[in-house]
Structures are given as C-alpha cells and as structure tokens.
Design a protein around this ligand. Structure first.
Ligand SMILES: Nc1nc2c(c(=O)[nH]1)N[C@H]1C(S)=C(S)[C@@H](COP(=O)(O)OP(=O)(O)OC[C@H]3O[C@@H](n4cnc5c(N)ncnc54)[C@H](O)[C@@H]3O)O[C@H]1N2
Ligand code: MOO
Length: 558
C-alpha cells in the first residue's frame, strides 16, 4: 500500500477496514446485478465465491488485510491525502481574481493531511474548521511541495465545483456568440446529416399535421345513420388522392392512413362492423359516435405553428417530426471542432507496459467521449512532454476547443501552465475544488476568428474523466447552443464519505433509481468508471443512505 502522509498505522488500519466494508457492500450488489463471473478485485473463497459479511458483524469490521500485495488498493484516493493542489501561480498575470490568500495559506500549511484522509473514510466527517488554528488534530506539518523556480509560496484558489461548471457553460455560450453562431457556424444540413446537431432556428410546421382528415383505423367510412349500403368493392387506400364524396347512407372500406372521403360521418373498425354480403348491407356492432376514428386535419399542428425552439438537440424523433412537417434540411449549429493533445513521454500506444512506460489510456477514451458530447474531433496528437511542440500545437490550432491530457500540475515536465502563459491565454479556471480532478483548468486563447478555448484534463485517468464532465461537457453544450440539462438525481444506497471542502465525483451504478457507489475509484484508476453508469456528485461532507445525489451521465460513445 502506498504511504500516507500525516497519520499513523492504526488510523490506516481502521480506515482500510471501514473502506473495505464499504467496498464489500458496494461490490456485493454489483456482483448480484451483473455477475459476469470475472474478478473485480474482490476477495474470493476457495470455491471462487465472494464472502460478504453482513454489515455490522465482526467479520465485516475486521475485513481482510488490505496490505497484501495480491489485490489492488481499493481506497477511494489511495495516494492522495487531500493535500491541496498548492502550486505557485500567483505571479501569473492571468490567474483568477479574488480569493482570501491568508485563509488559503493557512489551509495549505494546516491540518489537511490528517483531517482530510480521515474525512475521506469517516462517516459524516466533521465540518471544515471554523477558522485559523481551530483545527482539533495536532497534525504534523504538511510537507511543502517542491516549488518551481520563480514561483511564489501562495497558492491559487480552486473554484467550487458547481461554480466551475457554470463558468464553463457560460464560457461556451459567450465564445459561440463571439465566434459568430449566427455566421459561419450555422448552416443548412440535410435531414440525414443532422442527427446530434442543434437547431439554430426555431422549427415552424411547413404544413398542417395531419394535412388531411385521416382514417385512424382499418374499417369502414360511413355517412349518416346506419345500416349502410356498400356500393362496390374498391377500398379507399392510404396514399390515394381525393376519394369521391360518400353519399348519405353508404359505406366504403377504408385503410388506416387513407384520406377520409368528404361527407364521412365516422369510421367503424372492421372488427366492430358486420357485412351482410347478400344484401351488401353494413351494420355496426356498437353505437357510432360522429367523428370516431377520424384524425381531423391539423389535429397536431397548423402550418406555421412553432414545433420546436432553437437550441433543440436533433434526435431521431426530431428528424421524424421535421420530415413529417415538410422539412428536407434543417438550420443547425455546426459541431464545435476539438483537437486533443495527449502529453507525456511515458506513454505507449500499443503493447504491454515496460521499463517505466505505460499505456496511454486517455487517447483512446477522450476523443470518443468528446464526440459523444457533440464535438467533431478533428485530431488526437501525442506530443510527449515537449514544451515547444505543445506551444506550437496550442498556437497553431484552429479548432474551437483544445483538450490537453496531463501536464496540468507543476512537475518538472508539466508544460501546460507555462505554455498558456506564453500563448497569452486567459486562465478562467485554474483548479477546481473537486476530487479527483483537482488541477483541471479552462483557458481562453486568442484567435484570428475570435477566442478559442482550452480544457486541461489532469493526467490521472479518473481525474481526467472528472474534468471532462465538469468543464468540457458544459463548455461544449454552450458552444453548440444547447441549454443546460435538468440535473438527474437519485438516492444513494450507502453512505459515501466526503471531502471536507471539495466535491467528490464517485463512479456509481444506477440500480433503478438507487445509486450504488463503486470501488476502484482512485484518481489513477479506471475499473470503477468502466463499470459505472455515471459519476455521483458527493457534496463536501459526504452523503448518507437515502440522500439524493446528482448523477453526471457518462456518454456511451456509441
Ligand atoms: N506536488 C504535487 N503533485 C501533484 C499534485 C499536487 O497537488 N501537488 N496533484 C496531483 C494530482 S491531484 C493530479 S490529478 C496529478 C495531475 O498531474 P498532471 O495533469 O500534471 O498529469 P501528469 O503528471 O502528466 O500525469 C499524472 C499521472 O497520470 C498518468 N498519465 C498521464 N497521462 C496519461 C495517459 N494518457 N494515460 C494514462 N495515464 C496517464 C501519468 O503517468 C501520471 O502517473 O498531479 C498530481 N501531482
Ligand atoms: O487526485 Mo487528482 O485530483 O487525481 O486530480
């Protein structure tokens, strides 16, 4: 197990045991629902079954030894004791305005290590300390991270998670306006190429719907009171023009969707009508109500009536409605174009990890997810840890949005901040109070056609997903002209530990409006997210059983 700063082995043990109980509870349901027979890292008995001690029993409390090397670390944040992301960016002329630096300074040098780690596994952790020096635990001084030369000791302020999301959405909308949503980003697109785009204009009906009185059933069109004489065998079929008027006292066979002959009183379904073939006389098995089973012209809408507002996502149903209402093409907003820049010299694009090199997990998932979020991904470039190449890629791209992966922190080869400075970027979000994904960022880049945006995803894979849904998703919706979605919430089954100040995003399965948090939710892990239906938004302080949590949908990328 990785070393944890700031708290002792017995705390570790308690914490691990509690966490393990959570894991067992979470996994037992997950197993029950989707038992596909593969090992998700659960402890198994000799027969391969997963022992699940009842909650609260001694067996559950003692749990297995998580220190063993034969199973992955299941902790929520194995290596991250929630030491704040403390990098010297105060010299940065583009850092966000405002923020109480003295409070931040106290926070950064304070009790984070112990309190935060305990809060992560604790049940309903204590609220954040009221002020300077009020922290109850005599924490060891938090180790100060090495600072890059020239950086100051003050830390920048992480935006609260909801605020960061709102800012990303607003930035998308503003950027779309400034780059001319009304100009070259709006075009007419044939119906068959409009799926997933957004209506740039409202959609009025081009005709009445239905555009003529229509039979709703297969049966008989009748005129006046019965019984009715049937004159001839020729039925009135769908797709035929102008049937002859129906004389009073007569009936004619009619098909669903056919134009109802003028003077028709009602349609009688075939199963409710009796034809005396010898006398060619039709009678009804039940009372006939005038107008029954006739869809009158314009029942759904009149020509010119507004069907959908601008900003509507073109779904298959919208395509159907538009076609029915007479459209061959739609005025749509072009998909925002996105270029993905994957940073890191340690990344391999095939084969097994070796010699300190690892497989690139973000390249394969970022593009598809961006596509599923409505973007047109024009390219994914692997550019290593080469500052010059990154600067060139950032300044030469013409995409509406650049998404970088890795390099957002302040390590020796983390080039995103310096390159943004050099490129004259305006840093709108520089760190978010979210776990994982803390160092995520959003910047506005100058561009010939108007501003462009850059979202920096942290390199840890789950942190990158967290940043993708926190910043890239609302930004893309704003750029595409989509309204913000109505939040989906559901009650969580189990207690979820929280961070004292930050929002946690936790992979969950949705068992029919009941959320079950998944293990393998550490920032560098992917197993949780790969099995999840979404990310639950756990507010600072955590959530108890039955608490309603917002869930961020994971785009499927189909
Ligand atoms: N001194 C501090 N160090 C770090 C802090 C901090 O606050 N102070 N924050 C940590 C957090 S939180 C995160 S998240 C990471 C973010 O780091 P970067 O965005 O700079 O990412 P890298 O350093 O490049 O990589 C981090 C980690 O992820 C792996 N990685 C990167 N790209 C990929 C990829 N495409 N596929 C798979 N794995 C990837 C990389 O090898 C590293 O292991 O910083 C912490 N550090
Ligand atoms: O833990 Mo970091 O927050 O992975 O983003």
């Amino acid at each position: 197990m990785g070393a944890r700063s700031g708290h002792g082995p017995s705390q570790d043990q308690d914490q691990d045991q509690e966490q393990e109980q959570d894991d067992r509870d979470w996994c037992s349901d997950w197993d029950h629902v989707f038992d596909r027979g593969f090992d998700r890292g659960l402890d198994r008995g000799p027969d391969g079954s997963v022992p699940v001690p009842a909650p609260g029993t001694a067996a559950a409390r003692s749990g297995p030894d998580l220190g063993s090397a034969d199973r992955p670390e299941p902790d929520a944040d194995p290596d991250e004791p929630f030491v704040d992301f403390a990098e010297g960016l105060d010299d940065d002329p583009v850092r966000p305005q405002g923020g109480d630096r003295s409070a931040e300074g106290a926070e950064a040098g304070g009790s984070d290590g112990v309190e935060d780690a305990l809060a992560l596994v604790g049940r309903r952790p204590a609220p954040p300390p009221a002020g300077n020096g009020s922290s109850p635990a005599p924490a060891a001084p938090a180790p100060q991270p090495d600072r890059p030369a020239g950086a100051s000791s003050a830390r920048h302020r992480a935006l609260p998670w909801p605020e960061a999301r709102r800012l990303a959405a607003r930035t998308g909308r503003e950027t779309a306006r400034r780059t001319g949503t009304d100009g070259d980003r709006v075009h007419r697109s044939p119906l068959e190429r409009s799926l997933g785009l957004v209506l740039a204009e409202e959609l009025p009906a081009l005709c009445d719907l239905p555009s003529f009185d229509t039979s709703a059933m297969d049966g008989w069109a009748v005129a006046g009171p019965g019984p009715w004489t049937v004159d001839g065998d020729a039925p009135v079929l769908a797709g035929r023009a102008d049937p002859a008027p129906l004389p009073d006292g007569t009936a004619v066979r009619i098909a669903t969707g056919a134009r109802v002959p003028p003077e028709t009183t009602a349609v009688i379904r075939s199963e409710h009508a009796y034809l005396d073939r010898t006398r060619q006389l039709l009678s009804a098995g039940r009372a006939v109500i005038p107008g029954q089973d006739i869809r009158p012209r314009a029942q759904e809408c009149r020509s010119g009536e507004l069907l959908l507002p601008a900003g509507t996502l073109v779904t298959p149903a919208v395509l159907g409605l538009a076609a029915a209402a007479g459209y061959d093409a739609l005025a749509v907003v072009a998909r925002p174009t996105v270029e993905v820049l994957v940073l890191g010299d340690e990344l391999l694009d095939k084969g097994l990890p070796h010699d300190g090199l690892i497989r690139d997990a973000l390249g394969p998932m970022t593009g598809p997810w961006l596509r599923a979020l409505g973007a047109e991904v024009v390219a994914t470039h692997r550019i290593g840890d080469d500052e010059t190449a990154l600067h060139h890629a950032v300044t030469s791209s013409t995409a509406d949005l650049l998404v970088t992966t890795g390099g957002t922190a302040a390590g020796p080869v983390d080039h995103v901040h310096p390159v943004l400075r050099k490129a004259g970027a305006e840093l709108l979000v520089d760190g978010v109070a979210a776990r994982p994904g803390h160092p995520m960022l959003l910047a506005r880049l100058p561009g010939a056609r108007g501003p462009r945006c850059l979202v920096g995803l942290p390199g840890n894979p789950l942190a990158a997903v967290s940043a993708l849904l926190t910043l890239a998703a609302p930004l893309l919706r704003g750029l595409a002209g989509l309204p913000e979605p109505v939040p989906y919430t559901a009650p969580v089954r189990d207690e979820v530990s929280g961070h004292p100040r930050d929002t946690r995003l936790v992979p969950v399965v949705d068992l029919g409006a009941m959320l079950v948090p998944l293990r393998y939710n550490g920032p560098a892990m992917l197993r949780g997210i790969a099995a999840a239906d979404g990310l639950a938004v756990v507010p600072p302080g955590g959530a108890g059983p039955g608490d309603e949590l917002e869930v961020l949908d994971l785009p499927l990328g189909r």
